[in-house]
Design a protein around this ligand. Structure first.
Ligand SMILES: [Ca+2]
Ligand SMILES: [Ca+2]
Length: 178
């Protein structure tokens, strides 16, 4: 597995461990779902409900596939297995990526604006310079929007064990300001 993939997964683990106790648990996903949904108060109720459901599906998949010692929580060691067998998470990850990108598509036109993108990514816990760097990598339109499909594809790539030099790498570590 590439170092870039490990770094990406470590970052997500740390962000999703919302209460910071070193394990992913249902409570972390409830907290994260609340935070993300509250970041876009103007979103449609069904988009919010889909997002909350996707967080639940994602947790269920993690617990089913990764809780090797059966204690109902996922340690970082257990979590790293997700990038070794990404195909076991295709469905949950697709659901998650589609729901998150869909939640950001406030106008329903297939695009997410920069302020909404920033609000959602900040709610997940990413740092502002990284968020803007990622948005730039996605190649925004002249009026500063990005297709939700591009974002959703970026989320799937983020978990790919063999990929490096992808837009998602902009979320990890410091961002060089040229
Ligand atoms: Ca936790
Ligand atoms: Ca466990």
């Amino acid at each position: 597995m590439r170092k870039e993939a490990i770094d990406r997964v470590r970052l997500v683990f740390e962000l999703f461990d919302v209460d910071g106790n070193g394990y992913l648990e249902p409570n972390d996903f409830d907290l994260m779902a609340d935070r993300v949904v509250q970041a876009v108060p103007d979103a449609e109720e069904d988009a919010k409900a889909a997002m909350v459901a996707a967080f639940g599906t994602y947790w269920s998949a993690l617990e089913r596939e990764l809780d090797a010692n059966g204690d109902g929580r996922i340690s970082f060691e257990e979590y790293t297995a997700c990038v070794l067998a990404p195909e076991r998470f295709d469905e949950a990850l697709d659901d998650f990526a589609t729901s998150l990108a869909g939640l950001g598509d406030l106008a329903g036109d297939g695009f997410v604006t920069r302020p909404v993108f920033v609000a959602l990514m900040t709610a997940i816990g990413f740092q502002l310079p990284n968020i803007h760097a990622l948005f730039e990598e996605f190649g925004p339109t002249e009026d500063d929007r990005v297709p939700v499909a591009t974002w959703a594809a970026g989320i799937r790539d983020y978990y790919a064990p063999d990929k490096a030099g992808i837009p998602g790498d902009r979320l990890v570590g410091g961002v060089a300001t040229v």
